[in-house]
Design a protein around this ligand. Structure first.
Ligand code: ADP
Ligand code: MG
Length: 277
């Protein structure tokens, strides 16, 4: 298939290091390679600090790699691109603007004006079930509704890539399940490539065509799992459970290894006269 030859997003030996305030170099991502096909839904999972946000920020152009390459449609990513939208956990809405004006803002930034912009904004709000809430301000909306507005704002401009960094992490369990289904429905209607960061392993299996498990110190990809389940997925069936067990087992190994490494680092720091933290 053509998709296999020209990935939508490609990391080749991408590396990202940071220098801490004490002058030490920390490898947030070590020589990571991954191809993501057009229309694919890829979930990144792993313990806190393993480099999930670093990967998505490199892809979205918010960070630059220290080594290797990050490309989208074959072109190096050098800065954020209006065709590649990032959605954050904290919604990123303007509190003084109504839901409609928040969605309109994204469209106007792209030069779409007046009636056309309004039509697109209302259609986007309608697609997330918020047509009747267009005039409400963020403080008058629940967390789930706010995330729907920010999803509407993102989708209104018809991006080809949606980056989502733990977008549902602050929501209650029921709202989160609901939004997962809405996201899958919205994605079905368009050719959208999605990269979705989550620390919720079950969410990753429910949403992803592939799940990439990361490990910390240095940040790296340790396991890439194809989720070969038809949509809509059923969390209670045996095949779903099979993937759940596989991912939890792999995650457990990563978690144990990183806890051991943390203990070793603390011991070393104490031996060198530090406080251990
Ligand atoms: P995750 O999203 O998986 O929790 P991050 O990608 O945010 O992890 O961070 C990976 C590692 O890189 C962490 O150890 C973090 O402390 C470090 N890091 C991330 N951003 C910066 C930064 N701007 N400056 C220094 N270190 C950073
Ligand atoms: Mg993060």
């Amino acid at each position: 298939m053509n998709n296999r030859r020209t990935p939508k997003i490609s990391l080749v030996n991408a590396e990202k290091t940071y220098r801490s305030s004490s002058g030490e170099t920390q490898t947030a991502l070590a020589k990571a390679s991954l191809d993501i096909n057009e229309g694919e839904f890829v979930c990144l999972v792993g313990p806190s600090g393993c480099g999930k946000s670093t990967v998505i920020n490199l892809m979205a152009g918010f960070e630059k790699p220290n080594g290797g390459t990050v490309t989208i449609d074959g072109k190096p990513v050098t800065e954020p691109d209006p065709d590649h939208i990032m959605l954050f956990q904290d919604y990123g809405l303007f509190p003084w603007k109504s839901a409609l004006d928040n969605v309109l803002f994204g469209l106007k930034c792209r030069g779409i004006r007046d009636q056309e912009a309004k039509q697109k904004a209302l259609a986007a709000l309608d697609s997330v079930g918020l047509a009747t809430y267009a005039q409400r301000h963020p403080h008058e909306l629940s967390g789930g509704m706010k995330q729907r507005v920010s999803l509407a704002r993102a989708l209104a401009v018809e991006p080809s890539v949606l980056f989502m960094d733990e977008p549902f992490a602050a929501l209650d369990a029921f709202t989160k399940l609901h939004l997962q289904d809405e996201l899958l429905e919205l994605r079905k209607k368009r050719r959208l490539t999605v990269v979705f960061v989550t620390h919720d392993l079950e969410e990753a299996i429910y949403l992803g065509d592939r799940v990439v498990l990361m490990a910390p110190n240095p940040g790296r990809f340790v396991n890439i799992m194809d989720i070969d389940l038809a949509s809509p997925r059923n969390r209670t069936d045996d095949r779903f459970d099979h993937y759940r067990k596989q991912l939890f087992t792999a995650f457990d190994l990563v978690h144990r290894e990183s806890s051991q490494m943390n203990r070793a680092l603390v011991t070393e720091s104490i031996q060198q006269g530090g406080s251990g933290i």
